[in-house]
Ligand binder design. Structure first.
Ligand code: SF4
Ligand code: SF4
Length: 175
């Protein structure tokens, strides 16, 4: 089988225990309550502007055990954690927390989208998510603007070391 066929097979594999893994993690306990009414999707501010982000579908994939497919979804990282879905769910599913649980599992397996890995490595190196270009710093100096506050990557690095942050952003998911 070619590489894309292999990927398709991996992504469509069913892990019947996956729902229990999620249900046993704090925030994921009510996953199985979902009866697919779609309220979470219809009220989600991100789904309104995205063609791919559908919290109801994410919950369903998690319920039926499409483990690799859901963990490798880039859309998983679009959630703004606004908790509207959780507040409106008639079944008390903590949708936003289920998505957090899925993201944590995805991160452990290396499925963090590159854009967030880039932000993470910038935080480790500079203390800021955005690397300020040298040119901009020089322009500020030329304009007589005060220097920007310095980040503290050493302290941040020490804090993030405890959650193995560097390892997480360097890990690559199965392609
Ligand atoms: S609102 Fe609740 S019950 Fe309805 S689809 Fe979303 S998670 Fe499921
Ligand atoms: S927490 Fe995430 S999934 Fe829920 S409504 Fe907000 S953006 Fe949408």
């Amino acid at each position: 089988m070619d590489q894309s066929g292999q990927k398709a097979t991996n992504n469509s594999r069913i892990d019947s225990k996956f729902k229990y893994v999620i249900s046993n993690i704090h925030g994921g306990e009510k996953l199985l309550n979902c009866f697919q009414c779609g309220t979470c999707t219809s009220d989600c501010p991100i789904a309104r502007f995205s063609d791919t982000y559908r919290p109801r579908q994410i919950i369903r994939m998690a319920q039926i055990g499409l483990r690799n497919r859901v963990l490798s979804l880039d859309a998983l990282w679009l959630c703004a954690s606004c908790f509207t879905c959780t507040d409106h769910c008639p079944q008390d599913v903590e949708v936003a927390n289920v998505i957090r649980v899925l993201r944590n599992l995805a991160a452990q397996e290396g499925y963090i989208p590159n854009v967030f890995k880039e932000l993470g490595s910038s935080i480790l190196e500079t203390g800021y998510a955005y690397r300020i270009p040298e040119l901009r710093i020089k322009r500020r100096e030329a304009l007589g603007l005060p220097p920007l506050p310095r980040g503290n990557p050493e302290n941040l690095g020490r804090i993030l070391q405890n959650v193995h942050f560097k390892k997480l952003i360097e890990k690559r998911g199965q392609q």
